[in-house]
Ligand binder design. Structure first.
Ligand code: TRP
Ligand code: ZN
Length: 869
């Protein structure tokens, strides 16, 4: 069995050689692309030069122009080593690679007819021998040769220096990127595309050419991405003072891509899912995702590219910060509360789940076998929460002072999380030593709060504790910002007085919890006020706090901050669900809760927010509240029961909402999106309240057929399929007929069927795996069907283990073709510890089988070992 070795963060050593310039020459060919790589190198310490290389065939090697003989270097599987080198030298490496066989989609590969690259994290070593580490920054010049007819566009980073046709039917292009960069930001694209063009004038008056490249016929669907790009560029100037630094910014959309998108300098490569959007083929959520990913990759130009990571353990330095930035951007573009709620849901349903898994890790991991396994919700989304907590503690102005200090000190460098936090600290003259634990300590802190009346107000006792995670048993208390407000029984805000509280710019009070246990005394005219704790999710923790239903209803109806109202509804639902689970009963909405929900339907607040507040936590989110084994079947039952009682409770107001918020004509404004979300939710609840009525089926059918946009059409399909209405089969057939030529829309067709929380979903998924349009070669398709199914708690964990078996078979195949995707899929199998005995045994047996694969990839091996050991 292969044993891949772990790297430790503490083993970091500065590079022994630096590369000042790189000249790359690509002779593109499907199965044998020749790469000539000429590096100007300087030695900084007396050690051999060790260049990384994988799946590359070495052809020739020259040192200062002399062809080297095999005895003059050492070549092993993944390393090319040279010794006794001069202080400065030119090394040229000629390699041959095979892009058309590259199904891992890392390095140089073919997506449909186009050549493209993906080099983060360690993919450049699949192109040439190189010091493939982020702290080696070089100036790249790239020359591309390819067939002129097949590949009208030859693109790379930076500025186009020269382009011409050659006599032999080939063309060549030379690109030069003046900004020194690590190899993971290198990109090359060659293909035949449609292109849309625009310009952006920066705040200092420079004109930047903007280009988006898409497959033929898709140009119309790229305009929203272009508008988003321009909004992102303007926003980054205004909010962060960051200006773009090249004369051209290119985005290429490809269908075959492992992740969302990649911030290569001047030449972003995107999963087409995050570029293409029009009303007919994209839902409102797709539009929102396009804007946020376009923003994310653009924002990396400063936080990631100009200031990059010293080593991959520091990944959250660029990702956490850039997610924070894209969240702020999206919030500023439309409803901040709606975006914040979506971010909170990601943490609660996915990041808390990761913290409770064998792969739990701090946002700055200490130990890594395969770096691709660490592009996680912890590094990205919890990383963003850790930045947000600094923003909360320092305030907008203090945070921006810190950002300016960080940028001024480190522009052009490869740095660490420690460098970031030190800039924040020094710019604000604050001690953040305890706060640093958020970078080093894994796991979700639990914060318990007890409230006690006093003669002049009340006290609050906070107790914090973080459960052990693999390799970290002894947890230290965290520095936790707690935002809070108090209300009286009529929903009036109460002023609070306490040494422990400061008025925060968010309009809440801020308390900084630092000890394991801390009691604060508050003067208040009410002794038992209604409290809103951790407002706006001020820290990524689990709150344990008993609150009467009546108090939650006060917050739901009156809280000043919209997120607090949504949170009150969530707490209400969660309490009901947990109580039902505990006592084996059905969740019971009280009369007061029923009328509160009815009132919420007609409340004078953003329709999108009402829609969010009317949806209880998903079965997956509920599972994160269970301390012992996850009671899969009971969760399925109580979730369904609560859904139905909400549906009965609000059926009448939903009938009104449905009519009131349906749009005569499609628009893409924030208001129209909000209205669609509420009318579509109303359709769903109306249908759930009477799933056997012909009137329900007709309404859903009409909704489907009258839809002039995919949001409405897909909402009708989802309603029919999730509620298993008799019309579901017919709508699925119609949908597939209409959209079979549109892969991104067909992904939704696969996903909607894998989402159904029913036992039969397993057989359905099994059939869909045989569907002519299903393929393991396209990550989007794999995620749509299989990752969706793996997240479907109720069906995936079906008692007999059939769900596990079909999953394992797919993972076996992906282990050879695309290990990165295989490892993303395997997560739900590795969490056997949390399920019943029979399930545990079967899961362990399947994982053991996978572990014995003769060619087990590092990606899978790391996760399986973490799970079984
Ligand atoms: N840096 C990219 C982002 O967050 C992530 C990414 C894109 C990636 N493609 C990848 C990471 C492939 C690992 C492997 O924007
Ligand atoms: Zn990123």
């Amino acid at each position: 069995m292969s044993q891949h070795v772990a790297k430790l963060r503490s083993d970091y050593r500065a590079p022994a050689y630096v590369i000042d310039t790189v000249e790359l020459e690509f002779h593109l060919h499907d199965s044998a692309t020749r790469v000539l790589n000429t590096m100007h190198i300087r030695r900084v310490s007396e050690q051999p030069l060790q260049l990384n290389g994988e799946h590359v065939q070495l052809v020739n090697l020259w040192l200062d122009g002399h062809l080297l003989q095999p005895h003059e270097y050492q070549l092993s599987a993944n390393l090319l080593q040279l010794q006794n080198l001069p202080e400065q030298f030119v090394l040229s490496v000629e390699t041959v690679i095979n892009p058309s066989e590259n199904s891992a989609l890392e390095g140089l590969y073919k997506s449909a007819g186009a050549f493209c690259t993906q080099c983060e994290a360690e993919g450049f070593r699949r192109i040439s021998y190189y010091l493939d580490r982020p702290d080696v920054l070089a100036v790249f010049t790239t020359t591309i040769y390819a067939d002129a007819k097949q590949f009208p566009y030859l693109l790379s980073n930076g500025n186009l220096i020269e382009q011409r046709h050659l006599d032999d039917g080939r063309a060549m292009a030379i690109w030069h990127d003046p900004h020194p960069k690590p190899a993971y930001l290198f990109a090359l694209v060659a293909g035949d595309f449609d292109r849309i063009d625009d310009v952006f004038v920066t705040q200092s008056g420079r004109t930047v050419q903007l280009q988006i490249y898409v497959d033929h016929g898709n140009a119309e669907r790229a305009h929203y991405a272009m508008q988003s790009l321009k909004r992102a560029m303007r926003w980054d100037e205004q909010r962060f003072g960051y200006e773009y630094d090249l004369d051209i910014y290119m985005i290429v959309a490809v269908d075959f891509f492992n992740m969302g998108a990649m911030e290569n300098k001047g030449l972003n490569i995107f999963n087409s899912k995050y570029v293409l959007a029009d009303a007919k083929t994209a839902t409102d959520q797709d539009f929102i995702n396009v804007e946020s990913v376009i923003g994310h990759e653009y924002f990396h130009n400063w936080t990631g590219n100009r200031i990059t990571c010293r080593d991959w353990f520091q990944l959250s330095l660029k990702e956490g910060l850039t997610v924070f930035r894209d969240q702020e951007f999206s919030a500023d573009m439309s409803s901040p509360a709606v975006h914040r709620i979506q971010a909170i849901k990601v943490i609660r349903s996915h990041q808390f789940n990761e913290d409770a898994s064998p792969m739990a890790h701090p946002i700055r991991p200490d130990k890594v076998v395969e770096m691709n396994n660490f592009y996680t919700v912890t590094v990205y989304n919890k990383g963003a929460e850790v930045i947000r907590m600094q923003h909360c503690l320092l305030g907008e102005q203090g945070f921006m002072r810190g950002m300016r200090a960080y940028t001024e000190r480190h522009d052009g460098q490869a740095v660490t999380c420690e460098d970031f936090i030190r800039a924040m600290e020094q710019a604000n003259d604050r001690d953040l030593s305890q706060f640093r634990r958020w970078y080093s300590q894994a796991g979700t802190p639990h914060v318990q709060v007890e409230q006690q009346a006093t003669a002049t107000g009340f006290t609050l006792t906070f107790t914090q504790q973080t459960p052990a995670t693999p390799g970290q048993t002894d947890k230290q208390p965290q520095h936790i910002p707690v935002l809070l407000s108090a209300y009286d029984a009529n929903g009036e805000l109460l002023p609070l007085y306490s040494d422990a509280l400061v008025r925060h710019e968010s309009a809440s009070y801020l308390f900084e919890l630092r000890e394991r246990q801390q009691t604060i005394t508050i003067t208040c005219r009410e002794q038992r006020p209604v409290l809103a704790l951790f407002e706006n999710f001020s820290a990524p923790v689990k709150l344990e706090y008993q609150q009467h239903e009546a108090d939650l209803l006060v917050l739901l109806a009156h809280a000043k901050q919209p997120v607090t109202r949504w949170e009150a509804a969530q707490r209400l639902y969660t309490e009901l669900l947990l109580e039902a689970l505990q006592h084996n009963t059905a969740p019971q909405l009280s009369d007061a809760a029923v009328s509160a929900l009815q009132q919420l339907c007609g409340a004078d607040i953003d329709p999108a927010l009402r829609a969010l507040a009317l949806v209880p936590p998903s079965p997956e989110e509920l599972a994160e509240h269970c301390s012992g084994l996850i009671p899969v079947e009971q969760i399925a039952v109580v979730s369904r029961q609560l859904r139905d009682s909400i549906a009965y409770a609000i059926a009448a107001p939903c009938a009104q909402l449905y009519v009131r918020y349906r749009q005569a004509q499609y628009q893409l404004s924030a208001e129209a999106i909000a209205a669609r979300s509420l009318s579509n939710l109303a359709l769903y609840y109306l249908s759930a309240a009477a799933p056997n009525d012909a009137a329900t089926w007709q309404r859903v059918m009409r909704h489907y057929q009258q839809a002039d946009n995919l949001t409405d059409q897909y909402a009708a399909l989802q309603t029919a399929v999730h509620l298993q209405l008799p019309i579901a089969a017919q709508l699925l057939t119609e949908f597939a007929e209409q959209w079979q030529q549109q892969p991104l829309v067909m992904d939704k067709w696969f996903a909607v069927q894998a989402q159904v929380p029913a036992a039969e979903t397993v057989e359905r998924v099994e059939q869909l795996l045989q569907h002519p349009l299903f393929t393991l070669a396209n990550p989007n398709r794999v995620y749509a069907l299989l990752a969706t199914f793996g997240r479907n708690l109720v069906s995936f964990h079906r008692q007999d283990g059939a769900g596990y078996r079909i999953f394992t078979a797919a993972i076996k195949q992906l282990n050879s073709s695309n290990p990165q995707v295989a490892a993303r899929l395997i997560t739900p199998l590795t969490q056997w510890q949390r399920f019943s005995n029979e399930r545990q045994q079967l899961l362990r047996q399947l994982l053991t089988e996978l572990r014995q694969l003769p060619n087990l990839a590092a990606d899978l091996e790391e996760k399986i070992n973490a799970s079984l050991n």
